[in-house]
Structures are given as C-alpha cells and as structure tokens.
Design a protein around this ligand. Structure first.
Ligand code: SF4
Length: 400
C-alpha cells in the first residue's frame, strides 16, 4: 500500500528540508521524573531534582535548538514542553531554556506555549520561571482525586496538590489550565468516577483531557496485571464510564471537540481554549521535536530522536534520528484520516471526495464503517458516530 521507508539514519543529508521549512509546532521532551508511574511508557528516567545530568542535558538541548534554527525557520505557532516532568527542572535551568528559545527567535510567533506540570513539583518559584520563559498554558497531571487510585497508578501527589497548583499558576498570571484525568483505573467505581469529574469541573480548568487507562507493553502496571496483582476494569464498565463522562460533560458549557478532550468557553461563549498544539497533531500539520524520544513531522517525513539519554548526549544533533519514514501520497492521506477523525467535527467531505475517490479500497472501507454506524456524514464532514467514539482507535486504525 505504501512506499514508506523505515530505517535509522546516520545524518541529515537525506532529509528533505531547507531554510524555507518552518514547523508550525515545537515539542520539547524533558526526560526526567522523580519516580516512574506504573502505567507510563513515555521515555523518562527516575531522577533527583538536583541531578547534575539536568545541566548537561539542557546544554545539549540548546545545541539541538540552535542546530535546527540554523537549518530552517523556527518560529512555531505553538510550543509544548512535556515529558517527563518539566516542573522538576530548576529555576536556573528554566531561565537558560527560556533565554535560548528567545535567542533563536522561537518565541516570535508563538500563540500557545504549554508546559506540563506534576502537582507535587509545582512551586511559585518554578511557575514564575516558566512564565518568564514565555509559557501561557499549563497542563496538570491530576489523573484522579482519589488517593487509593493515585497510589494504584503509582502517582505520588496528594489530591489536594492539584488545587494548590492551580492557585499558584493563576497567581503567577496563567488562567489557561488543562487537567489531565484518567478513567477505568483498577478499583474505580462509577461513584468515585463521578466524584473525580465533579471535582475536576469545580476547579474550573479551561480544558479537560480524560483518557481511559491503557496497559502499555513493558510497564509495571501491565506486569502487575499479568501477575494477577490488579483487577482491570472490564470493557463494559469502561464503556459506561466513558459514556457517563460524555453525558455529564454535555450538561456543562464545555465543548467536546476531540475524542478525549473538552474545552471551556470564554465569557462570550466562544471556545478559544481548544489545545492548539494538539490540534497541530490532529490536523496532521508540521512539528519539530527536540530531546530524547521526541517525534518530528516535516515535509512528509517523520522521525524520532533516539529514546536514550546517554546516546542523545553523546551524539551530534545531526545523528539522533531513528525510525525515519518518508511517506508517499497514499500514506499521507491515511495519516490525515486517522488523525483528523479524532476531532468531533470530523474531516471535510470535499477533502474526502478529492483525496479518497469512489472505488478505492479506502473509500470502500469508509462506506463499510458508515454502514456499521461507526462513521456518519454531516452536510460538510465525515465523523465518528457516538458508537464510533467508543471504538475510536480501532475504527480510525482501519483507514490508515
Ligand atoms: S510523571 Fe508523567 S512522564 Fe513521569 S512517569 Fe509519571 S506519567 Fe510518566
């Protein structure tokens, strides 16, 4: 179906990029956490806030920023610094990173600059430094407000840390706050789910992300499940939980704009708080990723930086890439369908008609999913039906 090339590349000479290349989004991956949460498969190392590796890492990250700023126009509309735990870096390191972003001109056109925060690491000093670095949005990993559920996930914060963090963030001048939440945690009931969601709503975030717990390969949680140490939530209960979240959120003024994302309205009733950075992914735009394991998507090419801190530190920025893929037209269309169908408004029908012609295999699959009532058309868009939402990943995966 595709001519995709997947191989590690030793240098950048075969990348199809030039100085007119201008990624619309920039992602920076901070690969340190105090402790590894049991469900997490993001690349991060358990570490201490004072660890000297942070300084070595930040110098290398700045080298990488400068390398790309010399090769292309690096003036993104959105920046997202995630991880890992960006809020465990020191104030001095944040000052250095903010200065470097400014020096290369990366803040010139930025409209949304998000930093991920773990509630137990939020302090006035660190948020102040993050604001000084240019951030205007904070995403807090709250996950649940039930202590036993947090402990099942091996999250180390207390439920009360979330409101305390939001108070600090607001006091430092940022009102645009996302709360990340998880449902279908072993031991969770409909009653505790309801308490969690009501607590999250009462804290008045501008954005809510609510994901079902997934058991990723090679995580401690999956191992505990395999050993019978935890009892996962069954599929039907998980489905009921997701339905309940959607039903409850539909009674609020939040807009359900993506499978797992809700945006609050402003005082005029508009919805300016959709996550613009994630919209770059969901609409298959272009982004550059910096730091170990960070993914990039530019000019029909994707790659990932090596997911290993030692190798990241040892190698030149030109030689960090693994899993390089150059997409042909067919794969680009599949990617666009897969990402954009996550949006509740779906994907434009005119685009479907021009890019997925009648008679092609992919068009037949769309028709099949429509006949199963998993996809449906509005006057202008093709979108997931309510039934399709429950099976979003598998329905969308059929179209890649
Ligand atoms: S804090 Fe976030 S990145 Fe770090 S281990 Fe936990 S879930 Fe993963």
């Amino acid at each position: 179906m595709t001519n995709t090339r997947i191989h590690p590349i030793e240098s950048d000479h075969d990348l199809s990029l030039d100085t007119t290349t201008s990624p619309e989004a920039l992602y920076i991956h901070i690969p340190f956490c105090f402790h590894k949460c049991h469900y997490c498969d993001f690349y991060s190392l358990a570490d201490q806030a004072s660890n000297s590796r942070h300084s070595v890492f930040i110098d290398k990250l700045i080298d990488e920023m400068r390398y790309w700023a010399n090769r292309m126009t690096l003036q993104p509309e959105t920046i997202f610094i995630g991880g890992g735990t960006p809020t465990m870096l020191s104030v001095a390191i944040w000052q250095k990173m903010g200065q470097a972003l400014q020096d290369i001109g990366a803040l010139e056109n930025v409209e949304e600059f998000t930093v991920e925060a773990n509630p137990e690491t939020v302090s006035t000093q660190i948020i102040h430094a993050i604001v000084e670095a240019g951030a205007n949005r904070i995403s807090i990993g709250s996950q649940s407000f039930q202590l036993p559920l947090l402990r099942t996930l091996e999250r180390h914060h207390e439920p009360s840390n979330v409101k305390a963090s939001m108070d600090i963030v607001r006091h430092e001048g940022i009102d645009n706050i996302n709360l990340d939440m998880i449902f279908a945690i072993p031991g969770q009931t409909m009653v505790t789910l309801e308490t969690d969601l009501e607590t999250a709503i009462s804290l008045e975030p501008t954005h809510l992300s609510y994901y079902g717990l997934t058991y990723e390969p090679n995580t401690a949680l999956t191992e505990r499940r395999r050993n019978g140490a935890i009892d996962p939530i069954d599929d039907e209960t998980e489905r009921n939980m997701y339905k309940w979240i959607m039903d409850r959120m539909s009674t609020t003024a939040f807009e359900h704009y993506e499978v797992s994302s809700w945006a609050a309205p402003n005082h005029s009733g508009d919805h300016p708080y959709q996550c613009r950075h994630n919209l770059m992914y969901w609409t298959n735009r272009t982004w550059l990723g910096l730091g170990p394991s960070a993914a990039s998507h530019l000019n029909g090419q994707r790659w990932k930086n090596v997911p290993h801190l030692g190798q990241y530190l040892r190698n030149e920025p030109a030689a960090l890439k693994v899993d390089y893929e150059a997409f042909d037209q067919d794969r680009c269309i599949g990617e666009q369908l897969m990402m954009t169908l996550r949006l509740r408004k779906g994907i434009n029908l005119e685009w479907i008609q021009s890019q997925v012609p009648v008679g092609t295999k992919r068009r037949q699959m769309i028709d099949e999913l429509v006949s199963q009532n998993l996809l449906a058309t509005t006057n202008t868009h093709l979108r997931l039906t309510p039934q399709g939402l429950f099976l979003a990943d598998s329905v969308i995966g059929e179209l890649l």
